[in-house]
Design a protein around this ligand. Structure first.
Ligand code: ZN
Length: 283
């Protein structure tokens, strides 16, 4: 699943009018464009309903494009009454955004489209149909459960300390919890714990001050590093990133630790494969 750096890369490309993948066309930025039409065919993916979303969207202008956690957020302004609304997309397992010239035929896995007065249409391609499209008046109804944005300037060590001090349980599971910090997933949790030299099962309550500071720094560093490389391409869904070539631990089972040459080990946290160095990251 795309995590914060992958979604951030997608949002930046979309804002600039860059294609998500080689072979797709460039296009005018949707920011400032007016939505001319919307279409959907998969009821479970579209909230509150296909009918409500496809009727509401036309006539709205796209004020800005952004990200909250792993959600892509388009802030919209209604032409009719100047009210603000949000079109929110979560890519989940297999979601992909393609922008095509309006009139380009929909692939069978495209379950939502949104056309702009620029002559281009956003296609939401989602083979496994776990992705979600929301159109809401209040952003918080979708993103209200999320914890702080780890790359915002207000996510300081001073703010992080009391957040983690209250937590019980192991660090890997905690980092995957979107209500703790938004946007960290399986890859960046493993990478951050390796950087901070903390075992995935280490208990949050047992961290000392120095370890909390190391973890805070490591979370930001691994996410920033991911963004620098346009995220990670780990499957066919998100093919353009380069960060997979720079992983410290993720997917490197049996390969030498980049710090101490001990073979990286793999374990499970919940159902998620978890990679760590048994030498650098001790319980
Ligand atoms: Zn090591």
């Amino acid at each position: 699943m795309p995590e914060l750096p992958e979604v951030e890369t997608i949002v930046r490309k979309l804002t600039r009018g860059e294609p998500a993948e080689a072979g797709l066309p460039t296009y005018p930025s949707p920011v400032g464009a007016e939505i001319t039409h919307a279409w959907g065919n998969w009821q479970n993916s579209i909230r509150p309903s296909i009918r409500a979303v496809t009727r509401t969207l036309p006539g709205h202008r796209i004020e800005s494009l952004g990200r909250r956690g792993k959600y892509i957020v388009l802030t919209l302004q209604s032409g009719a009454d100047a009210s603000v609304r949000y079109l929110i997309i979560h890519l989940k397992m297999s979601g992909r955004i393609e922008v095509r010239k309006t009139g380009y035929p929909r692939h069978k896995h495209v379950h939502f489209t949104c056309g702009f007065d620029t002559g281009y249409t956003l296609h939401f391609h989602d083979a496994r149909k776990f992705g979600r499209v929301y159109c809401v008046d209040d952003l918080e109804t979708v993103t209200g459960h999320l914890g702080p944005e780890p790359l915002e300037s207000d996510f300081t060590l001073r703010r992080f300390r009391p957040l983690i001090a209250k937590k019980t349980g192991g660090l890997k599971a905690l980092l995957l919890n979107q209500s703790f910090i938004a946007g960290v997933g399986n890859i960046y949790a493993d990478e951050a714990l390796w950087r901070a030299r903390l075992h995935p099962f280490y208990r949050a309550a047992e961290l000392n001050g120095r370890q909390v500071a190391a973890l805070h720094k490591a979370i930001r560093a691994s996410l920033n590093d991911g963004i620098k490389h346009n995220g990670a391409a780990i499957d066919w869904v998100y093919p353009e990133g380069n960060y997979q070539n720079f992983f410290r631990v993720y997917g490197r089972t049996g390969q030498p630790c980049r710090r101490c040459w001990t073979p990286i080990e793999r374990t499970l946290v919940g159902q998620r494969s978890t990679h760590f160095c048994p030498q650098c990251q001790r319980l």
